[in-house]
Design a protein around this ligand. Structure first.
Ligand SMILES: NC(=O)c1ccc[n+]([C@@H]2O[C@H](COP(=O)([O-])OP(=O)(O)OC[C@H]3O[C@@H](n4cnc5c(N)ncnc54)[C@H](OP(=O)(O)O)[C@@H]3O)[C@@H](O)[C@H]2O)c1
Length: 331
């Protein structure tokens, strides 16, 4: 392993966070059993929040963000992973309370490490990243709760973002009729390519009336928005249908009555990709590499290098995500 590494480093404190590309000694890597030569990372909404100090998730600086990484094992002191084996890591404390993927090397606990599923390259795995993994978990939760293609359309909100675009792609590939809501009028062609058959504006999936129930419309939903969008979904999902709640891009608060739950048997399913147990984690990654592999990874993923990272982090924070950005660190 080299003595130094290139990294995107955040400096700051409670009020302001600033990021820049730096060269750091690899001796500064945090404690951990598995040292990984990082090939690719990705950008998630959480990375954008952390890199701008939103939500004050990071308390210790200097910090290397990046909640996803894929690369090759350099050393594993537990002996579980052989040097050179291809692996990925998403979630846990990676990029939050522990240095993350925006660096040439990372060191993590062995319990966080997932063998790269057969059939996925590091770049493809990071096109998926936490976003794709979360989309898969959401769809698996909907299916565990009875969702089937013949029950009708499934709505995906925040559809042009990472979780949204991959959810649309997987659902369409699995035979579902997919509706997508998006704030980007110029991205309808992209959503149609992924398999959406109906596209709604963000405003069309909010209903400001005080009605406690609205006409049943959706067999299920993957919701990246929360807030008023989630309030609309709970009132429009068909009887015994489910909403898999993944995100909060609209708002972290929502209000509801008990009626969707006790009159229509609606399920609100929470999705947590960060602390997902390893057996479910491996299952979801196997599905992403196998029968639910998104058909449009090339159209969804855009490769950038570390130098382009700051601009893209800001774009994502401002709601401008279009698919996924893969951060290429090394070959
Ligand atoms: N639960 C988990 O474990 C987990 C894992 C990953 C992500 N998340 C959360 O899931 C959400 C989506 O993550 P992501 O990585 O897909 O983010 P992303 O790539 O930044 O995409 C978010 C998308 O949401 C839409 N959007 C932005 N601002 C909005 C607003 N004010 N109201 C409604 N829609 C808005 C935009 O799509 P359109 O322009 O098409 O509307 C945007 O492209 C985030 O809240 C993230 O924190 C949670």
């Amino acid at each position: 392993m080299k003595d130094t590494m290139q990294a995107y480093v955040l400096e700051g404190g409670a009020d302001a966070v600033r990021g820049e590309l730096k060269t750091l000694p690899t001796a500064n890597l945090p404690a951990g059993e598995v040292t990984i030569r990082v090939q690719c990372s990705g950008i998630n909404f959480k990375d954008a929040m952390i890199s701008h100090g939103v939500g004050r998730m990071v308390r210790t600086f200097p910090h290397i963000p990046g909640v996803d990484l894929a690369g090759e094992v350099v050393q594993d002191t537990t002996g579980k992973f052989k040097p050179g084996s291809a692996v990925l890591v998403t979630g846990y404390d990676l990029g939050v309370a522990h240095w993350g993927g925006y660096a040439e090397f990372a060191r993590v606990p062995a319990a966080w490490v997932v063998p790269l599923p057969r059939g996925l390259s590091a770049r493809e795995a990071m096109t998926l990243g936490t976003a794709g993994f979360t989309a898969m978990l959401a769809i698996m939760a909907l299916e565990r709760n009875g969702l089937k293609p013949e029950q009708g359309p499934v709505l995906v909100t925040g559809a042009t973002g990472g979780v949204g675009s991959i959810a649309v792609d997987i659902l369409a590939g699995a035979g579902y009729t997919v509706a997508a809501s998006s704030g980007k009028a110029d991205m309808h062609g992209f959503l149609k390519t992924l398999g959406a058959s109906e596209i709604l504006s963000r405003e069309a999936v909010v209903d400001a009336t005080p009605k406690v129930m609205l006409k049943e419309r959706w067999a299920g939903a993957v919701d990246n928005a929360g807030g008023k969008t989630l309030e609309y979904l709970l009132r429009t999902v068909k009887g015994w249908g489910s909403v898999a709640l993944t995100g909060l891009v609209h708002h972290h608060e929502f209000s509801t009555t008990v009626y969707p739950f006790i009159l229509r048997g609606v399920n609100l399913l929470g999705i947590d990709s960060v602390n997902c147990a390893m057996p479910l984690r491996l299952d979801a990654w196997a599905r992403l590499a196998g029968r639910n592999r998104p058909a449009h990874l090339k159209e969804i993923g855009h490769v950038i290098d570390l130098a382009a990272l700051p601009g893209k982090l800001k774009e994502i924070l401002d709601g401008g995500a279009r698919g996924r950005y893969v951060v290429r660190i090394a070959d």
